[in-house]
Write a protein that binds this ligand. Structure first.
Ligand SMILES: C=C(O[C@@H]1C=C(C(=O)O)C=C[C@H]1O)C(=O)O
Length: 125
């Protein structure tokens, strides 16, 4: 078996260089994720204000179901675990819904609990 550590306990310089190169790449990706999330939240904040203004409910479960199906499919194509992609999207959406609820409260336009909400596509049973 090859070892990447020297007798003194230091990491082999070649391994250290490879680790640093990979970590540079990870740092760039993390920065891109943060910037993309910031842009996404800017857009969802606008949706939150639009919904509050028009007394629409903060959450739209039908839209979420479509997004999850789409993201799972994209994840499969990209060889990313679809269950992880779904959990990640749900985590973000939960935060967005919290923002929308607080925008609605601040606007004085809170909507009734989910069971009493009309569907967003305009259909009523
Ligand atoms: C942003 C919206 O509001 C909520 C948040 C969503 C999201 O973060 O993608 C999707 C659906 C809604 O539950 C929306 O209705 O489009």
């Amino acid at each position: 078996m090859t070892t990447s550590n020297t007798a003194s306990g230091d990491v082999d310089p070649a391994v250290g260089e490879e680790l640093a190169r990979l970590r540079d790449s990870i740092d760039n990706i993390d920065a891109a994720v943060v910037h993309m999330l910031a842009e996404r939240f800017k857009a969802t904040q606008q949706v939150g204000h639009l919904k509050a203004e028009h007394r629409l409910p903060p959450a739209d479960p039908a839209r979420e179901a479509r997004q999850i199906a789409r993201l799972r499919s994209l994840a499969e194509s990209a060889k990313l675990d679809p269950a992880f992609a779904e959990k990640f999207l749900n985590f973000i959406i939960a935060e967005v819904i919290r923002h929308h609820e607080s925008i609605a409260e601040d606007t004085g336009n809170s909507t009734p609990p989910a069971a009493d909400r009309p569907p967003l596509d305009g259909t009523r049973e």
